[in-house]
Design a protein around this ligand. Sequence first.
Ligand code: MN
Length: 325
Amino acid sequence: MSKMNVDIGDEKLTTCGRGADAGPEVTVYVARETELGGGLTIRRALPTAKRRMIGAWCFLDHFGPMDLEDNKGMDVAPHPHIGLQTVTWLTEGEVLHRDSIGSEQIIRPGQLNVMTSGRGISHSEESPTERTDPNLHGLQFWVALPEGERERDPDFEHHADLPTLTHDSLEMTVMVGESMGERSPATMYSEMMGVDVAARDVGERTLDLRTGWEHGVLVIEGALEVDGTRIEPGKLAYLGTKRDRVRLANDAPARFILLGGAPFEEEIMMWWNFVARTPDEIERARRDWQERAAYFGDVSRYRGSRLDAPSWRQRPVKRSARDDD
Ligand code: MN
């Protein structure tokens, strides 16, 4: 697996891809905690030092739970993306999405937002001023677009009605891809899946996995034993590509996300809000955003100014066999 870290200004350039490995054993990765502003704590389970992707999933943020009585909530000013899709899913609260192609959408628990940046989009995400729920708890994941799709037109989808199923008392919602014969309507560009699983009853079950795909389990409430390894929020269990099933046990109600996908064969670079292939592409996207290039558009109804890109000061590239975030 080829990896490289470059410290560039305030942001680290992360190279990832071509990284599926690890056999049937469970590998646990600890999320990094960071703050998004407004008191909103994020646990970032991907990318981390030793695990960059699971299939095309390249970025896993878990935010909250938080009480908005004491906090401002989410307020992410307009910012650009290239080369990716954002997948937003809430378990509590509401988020207002606005983007440069004219979308304006409140998302609520059980619904899915999928924004495809293609060659360029900008958006804002904020807690609505009039709220029906004082809490906020959810996920934002990113999906790398494969080479043939990353220059496509930007797009936004809101799915209020996703397929659900019950398996061995697990209540499952298919966010992305297919699971047990149920298929999500969300448009994706790689072979992949993502399922929200609520385990209200205690017990032990087995879920089938697709051999040859990577899989991961991210716990968002409670705790779960994944083939005997206990994980809780802030930990990602990585399952490699050689499995056809996983054993899950919980001794109290739990909720988790099962992710999977065909190993992503292209090497990608992530910096700030960009997924690209070369430092030149990232530098160009950064400059275009700062110079208000038309293709990033405008989030006109957001009250406030847009985000500036961090500074770009490329330092010597450090290559290592081992990661050292
Ligand atoms: Mn964004």
